[in-house]
Design a protein around this ligand. Structure first.
Ligand code: SF4
Ligand code: SF4
Length: 130
C-alpha cells in the first residue's frame, strides 16, 4: 500500500520529503506535491521527513480522494527530486483547514531555482527520470 500526500501540503511544500525517496516518485504541482502510488515502494522513509504530517499511508482512513488525486496528478506534473526553498508564506498556511477547496491548483510546478543538500543553487529544476 503506497504513501500519499494530502491537502496539508498545499501552500507549504517544504520539499523535505523528495530527496529521501529511493525511487524518485514525487511530482510537483504549483502549490503541492503528490506521490505516484504505482511507483511508491512503501518504504515509509518520507513520512517522518514531512514537518507538517502531510504524508500518509494508504492504509489510513483517507477514503479514495487522496489516492485518486495523487494518481491523477503524478501522471501529468513534473518529477521533483531536489529540495527547494519553501514559499516565504508557507508557515502562514500550516494550520489552515480545507486547503483543497480553497487553494488547490491543477497547474504543474514552476521553474524557479532549486538547491541541493549542500545548499548549492542549481538551475536544473527536475531530474530526468531514467
Ligand atoms: S514511501 Fe518510500 S517510495 Fe514511497 S514516496 Fe515515500 S520515500 Fe518514496
Ligand atoms: S515535506 Fe510535506 S509539506 Fe513538504 S512537500 Fe513534502 S509532503 Fe509537502
Amino acid at each position: 500500500m503506497p504513501y500519499l500526500v494530502n491537502e496539508k501540503c498545499i501552500k507549504c511544500k517544504f520539499t523535505d520529503c523528495v530527496e529521501v525517496c529511493p525511487v524518485d516518485c514525487f511530482y510537483e504541482g504549483e502549490n503541492m506535491l503528490v506521490i505516484n502510488p504505482d511507483e511508491c515502494i512503501d518504504c515509509g522513509v518520507c513520512e517522518p521527513e514531512c514537518p507538517i504530517g502531510a504524508i500518509i499511508s494508504d492504509t489510513e482512513d483517507v477514503g479514495e480522494k487522496w489516492l485518486k488525486l495523487n494518481q491523477q496528478y503524478s501522471e501529468v506534473w513534473p518529477n521533483i527530486t531536489l529540495k527547494k526553498d519553501a514559499p516565504n508564506d508557507a508557515k502562514d498556511y500550516e494550520e489552515e483547514t480545507n486547503k483543497f477547496e480553497k487553494y488547490f491548483s491543477e497547474s504543474p510546478g514552476g521553474t524557479d531555482i532549486v538547491k541541493n543538500n549542500n545548499n548549492e543553487i542549481t538551475e536544473k529544476r527536475y531530474e530526468e527520470k531514467k
